[in-house]
Design a protein around this ligand. Structure first.
Ligand SMILES: *[C@@H]1O[C@H](CO)[C@@H](O)[C@H](O)[C@H]1NC(C)=O
Ligand SMILES: *[C@@H]1O[C@H](CO)[C@@H](O)[C@H](O)[C@H]1NC(C)=O
Ligand SMILES: *[C@@H]1O[C@H](CO)[C@@H](O)[C@H](O)[C@H]1NC(C)=O
Ligand SMILES: *[C@@H]1O[C@H](CO)[C@@H](O)[C@H](O)[C@H]1NC(C)=O
Ligand SMILES: *[C@@H]1O[C@H](CO)[C@@H](O)[C@H](O)[C@H]1NC(C)=O
Length: 397
């Protein structure tokens, strides 16, 4: 009798824990006081699905990658058939006449899969790109030179790569370069994807991944790596970086590095000691979102972290995917909460603090990141499954 009661009590507690973790009944507050009127950027004549990551090239131009990462990583399609990726640029940011155009890539072989993911602008002129090329080349970080043609349009010239160890196949996520040789890269899953692609991941690995996340076991890290041109990168775990699902990384260009642990609803702040080059954990901040990517906004000297409100919304995304990706209108038509927070140093307490910047259920489906342009007029929202990049406009005060 007592045994039974205990078992049912434990089950009820466990179910309550899962409901809480997944955020099944979490409330969806709307907050668009600073930026609002979020709309898709109209793109003509090229694919723009899955713009998970973007970087500002200058005050006028934003560079975005795209690939149907959601379908590839949920195993909805095989690596052969899933739509491959590329890059596009948004021009006219400072003049307010936004226009998206495909970026031409020079020297890119067409028999090789291009499935870009995290991108990083290094030394103003180089684009570092995570490339999940699976059996056509494994997990790599590629370097391109950014060129501007006579019309002021961006082109990419492929330069070289470093290969990531097989244990990272398909699971690195985000990267920042501290110097031209030293980079930090996150991995977000316990098991690497098979070389043939995530669709072939054994079911037991998927179940175990889910279990480690539910039980909050920390099996993912930030890796501190050395770029070896044309060879295998050498990487070691960054001390105190263990997390449940380590994801976005951002660097302020000076001494602060912010890292998101999506499943733990936490942001870790690290300090780079510029004399001995060591990196040390200085603060953990809990945030009211599942932080995915983090970007740095140099104008306001703050980090911007973006993510979904609940894991439940992520888990219920797949039946809506066609509706999302084939949406003919300018606005998102499914309900999916996008939350954006700023993380800023309070000069008095010397602690970083988070503040809500945007919360909206109709801004973008599956937010992954947010960036504010230099003029502060626009808030761009990136996403892993949606049809295009989203742009929100600053409200006049
Ligand atoms: C996230 O943003 C940073 C810029 O801070 C960028 O370098 C990175 O590649 C992004 N990653 C993803 C996966 O969105
Ligand atoms: C992706 O990987 C392939 C094969 O390893 C490589 O040849 C190609 O240049 C890479 N593409 C990009 C965009 O980095
Ligand atoms: C780097 O950060 C330190 C400490 O916050 C500050 O004193 C210094 O001015 C910063 N340097 C730059 C170039 O921003
Ligand atoms: C940075 O490194 C230097 C040289 O090793 C050391 O003296 C200093 O205490 C370190 N600074 C911090 C804030 O840890
Ligand atoms: C951050 O949290 C981790 C555990 O998640 C803990 O070990 C560490 O001491 C915390 N660090 C700081 C600076 O609060």
């Amino acid at each position: 009798m007592i045994g039974k009661t205990i078992i049912s009590l434990v089950s009820v507690l466990f179910i309550a824990h899962i409901i809480h973790l997944l955020g099944i009944f979490s409330t969806n507050l709307e907050y668009q006081e600073k930026y609002s009127d979020c709309e898709y950027l109209q793109t003509q004549g090229f694919d723009s699905i899955g713009p998970e990551d973007s970087v500002f090239y200058n005050k006028d131009i934003l560079i975005t990658m795209q690939a149907n990462l959601y379908k590839a990583f949920e195993g909805m399609e095989s690596i052969e058939t899933v739509q491959k990726g590329g890059f596009y640029a948004v021009y006219g940011i400072s003049t307010g006449k936004l226009e998206a155009k495909k970026i031409q890539i020079k020297n890119y072989p067409d028999n090789i899969f291009l499935i870009p993911h995290g991108i990083y602008l290094r030394d103003s002129n180089y684009l570092s790109v995570i490339n999940h090329s699976f059996y056509t080349g494994g997990e790599r970080v590629e370097t391109f030179r950014i060129l501007l043609d006579e019309k002021g349009q961006v082109a990419l010239e492929y330069l070289h790569y470093t290969k990531m160890d097989d244990k990272f196949n398909g699971i690195t996520n985000d990267l920042v370069f501290l110097t031209s040789e030293r980079f930090l890269i996150s991995d977000c899953m316990v098991f690497p994807a098979p070389l043939s692609g995530p669709k072939d991941q054994p079911a037991w690995q998927k179940v175990l991944t889910f279990v480690t996340q539910i039980l909050k076991i920390k099996t993912t890290y930030v890796w501190d790596c050395k770029y070896v041109q044309g060879g295998l990168a050498t990487c070691g775990k960054l001390r105190n970086s263990a997390g449940i699902m380590i994801n976005g990384i951002a660097f302020d260009g000076n001494e602060t590095i912010a890292v998101a642990d999506t499943a733990d609803r936490q942001i870790k702040l690290f300090r780079l000691n510029n004399s001995n080059k060591e990196i040390e954990l200085i603060q953990n901040i809990s945030v009211d979102q599942l932080p995915d990517n983090i970007t740095y906004d140099p104008v306001n000297k703050q980090f911007i972290s973006a993510g979904l409100n609940s894991a439940f919304e992520y888990l219920t995304l797949s039946p809506k995917i066609e509706q999302i990706q084939k949406n003919p209108t300018k606005k998102s038509i499914v309900d999916m909460q996008a939350k954006v927070h700023t993380i800023k140093l309070n000069p008095i307490t010397k602690q970083f603090e988070s503040q809500l910047l945007l919360s909206s259920s109709k801004a973008v489906a599956g937010i992954s990141g947010a960036l504010i342009d230099e003029s502060q007029k626009y808030l761009f929202l990136t996403s892993f499954p949606d049809k295009s990049l989203v742009v929100c406009t600053r409200r006049s005060q």
